[in-house]
Design a protein around this ligand. Structure first.
Ligand code: VG1
Ligand code: CO
Length: 543
């Protein structure tokens, strides 16, 4: 074995987005592309020399080869020890847990999360810091900067490591430990959630359906829901991780999980269902005859926090990303804890969680999580909901209705315009920015604007300022429209339009969200000049 030095030249596009560097597999498999970014990580995080690194991925196409390269480069860069999941698998929340539990300097997660996989699909790589959370902006900026001046990378010429069997081996001077990807995580869950209560609830005849969407959540879900909680075999669907997610989109929302939604709307529906994304950090919660919006899910978990052993002592505070509905704000105000509004992306919750200011947080994009790790956690969210059902002994739909009756309903929807030419996406944002100053007081499509701004966030813990995080427009009737461009896509631009309308009157709560939001949707489309600037008359994905 020998450590070799390879001369290289920078790739100009190695700038991490909302959650790591995501590109097409075809981009990542160019000579030196992966190696350059991995070397940029090592250059930006010198503490990895001699330190402990956690490595794993969601098992998508390119995962296997990339992990071997990563291990050879880690050894060549002097990493002391690597902990890696068997077969190179780790869900994102499990990786976060391992970093924290073993005192690692950080972790490298190979995932493009909810993006499609396969040779024509997407791949991604992200670095999580010692707190287990996604690298904060200053660190991703340092990685990007390192990638732009890169002249060489270091790699061992060793053989592939056998990742199929548990145990320790040596690669150059680096120790490699292959671990069971599920064990620590399953152990942690049992300290947070009342498994006995859920077992009783299941024994009473309640049925659950969990859909892993052929992704890494499968083994975790089988262990927790079937093995440990005793749900019948087969309760977890699509449980075997596949490199191309069976050609499907591993994104748990009603559009990409139409079959699951149909089942839950039908006569033979289970009592509870959930689906997870490619790296198992997202969740969609469903009950018989209902899909719970992620914003409502966060608010309902916050309102019922004390039913969960993890939150027995109550919540210090909660946080949501800016486009997430304000349903949780209303709960926080009534129950008397703080509520923070952060930019989109889990990295912004890290400081608040570390400082103990919040213990629960979420995003409208089917992300919910808590202080037990520093990532959103799909399986945990499903367990927290089951805990709630086991305590309240009511159907999901009834819990949601009662929540709305008590707090009012925040009707919510996200309209995505995908695969736009970059210039078109940027034109919509520029047009909106140009209109901002004059907007308050104006009437557009019959709706009056009360306030509007380009969201800027000052981290209350370390003072970091993040500007231009999305344009929000608040209407006089309490509705809101938010506009931003996706930072996880790999093709052109994706424009996200987030719509919210507050209905206090219980007599209005039963209406379908799209009907309740129709006016706000027209307002937003007109304000952003979306048809004129993009040529699109309607959104591609409405969730
Ligand atoms: C999207 C979501 C965001 C989420 C991010 C990563 O980002 O909107 O809320 O944090 O994906 O989630 P964007 O920039 O495309 O809107 V995951 O499950 O892909 O790690
Ligand atoms: Co994800």
């Amino acid at each position: 074995m020998a450590v070799l030095t390879f001369a290289t030249t920078p790739f100009l596009d190695q700038k991490p987005g909302t959650s790591g560097l995501r590109k097409k597999v075809t981009t990542f498999s160019q000579p030196h592309y992966l190696e350059n970014f991995v070397q940029a990580i090592f250059n930006a995080v010198p503490a990895l020399k001699g330190g402990l690194l956690v490595v794993g991925g969601d098992g998508r196409y390119f995962n296997d080869g990339a992990i071997q390269t990563l291990l050879r480069m880690a050894a060549a860069n002097g990493v002391g020890k690597v902990i890696v999941g068997r077969h190179g698998l780790l869900s994102t929340p499990a990786a976060s847990l391992l970093i924290r539990r073993h005192g690692a300097v950080g972790g490298i997660i190979l995932s493009a999360s909810h993006n499609p996989g396969g040779p024509e699909g997407d791949f991604g790589i992200k670095f999580n810091a010692a707190n287990g959370g996604p690298a904060p902006e200053r660190l991703t900026e340092a990685m990007h900067a390192a990638s732009q001046v890169l002249q060489c990378f270091y790699c061992s010429d060793s053989q592939d490591i056998d990742l199929g069997s548990l145990g320790r081996s040596q690669l150059e001077a680096m120790q490699v430990e292959v671990i069971d990807p599920v064990a620590d995580y399953a152990g942690l869950m049992q300290t947070l959630v009342d498994f006995d209560a859920i077992r009783d609830w299941l024994r009473a005849g309640h049925r659950v359906r969990l859909d892993a969407l052929h992704a890494v959540g499968g083994p975790y879900a089988v262990k927790l829901f079937e093995d440990l909680l005793g749900a019948p075999l087969g309760s977890v669907r699509n449980a075997a991780p596949q490199t191309d997610f069976a050609g499907e989109h591993p994104d748990p929302n009603p559009v990409h999980c139409a079959g699951l939604v149909a089942h839950m709307m039908g006569s033979g529906a289970a009592d509870f269902a959930a689906a997870f994304d490619g790296d198992a950090d997202r969740n969609m919660i469903l009950g018989r005859g209902c899909v719970v919006t992620p914003s409502d899910s966060l608010a309902i978990l916050a309102a019922n926090a004390r039913t969960l052993p993890q939150f027995r002592d109550g919540l210090p505070g909660v946080a949501r990303s800016m486009p997430t509905s304000r349903a949780v704000d209303v709960v926080a105000a009534r129950l008397g804890f703080d509520c923070y509004e952060t930019p989109t992306g889990w990295k912004y919750f890290g400081n608040l969680l570390d400082a103990g200011r919040i213990a629960l947080c979420g995003e409208e994009s089917y992300g919910t999580g808590a202080s037990h790790v520093r990532e959103k956690d799909g399986i945990w969210a499903a367990l927290a909901w089951l805990n709630l059902l086991a305590v309240r002994r009511q159907p999901v739909a009834e819990i949601v209705r009662e929540h709305w009756a008590s707090y009012g309903r925040h009707c919510y929807s996200r309209h995505d315009y995908e695969g736009l030419p970059l210039a078109a996406g940027e034109a919509v944002m520029a047009t909106l920015r140009g209109k901002l100053a004059a907007l308050p007081g104006q009437t557009v499509h019959g709706l009056q604007v009360s306030l509007a701004d380009d969201f800027s966030y000052t981290d209350p813990v370390d003072g970091t300022v993040s500007g231009q995080q999305g344009i929000w427009v608040a209407l006089a009737d309490g509705s809101r429209a938010v506009f931003r461009l996706s930072g996880t896509g790999t093709e052109g631009a994706t424009l996200r339009v987030y719509l919210e309308r507050y209905l206090a009157d219980v007599a209005q709560h039963a209406q379908p969200a799209q009907a309740a939001l129709a006016e706000v949707a027209r307002f937003a489309a007109q304000l952003g000049d979306i048809t004129a600037l993009t040529g699109r008359v309607r959104a591609d994905v409405v969730t």
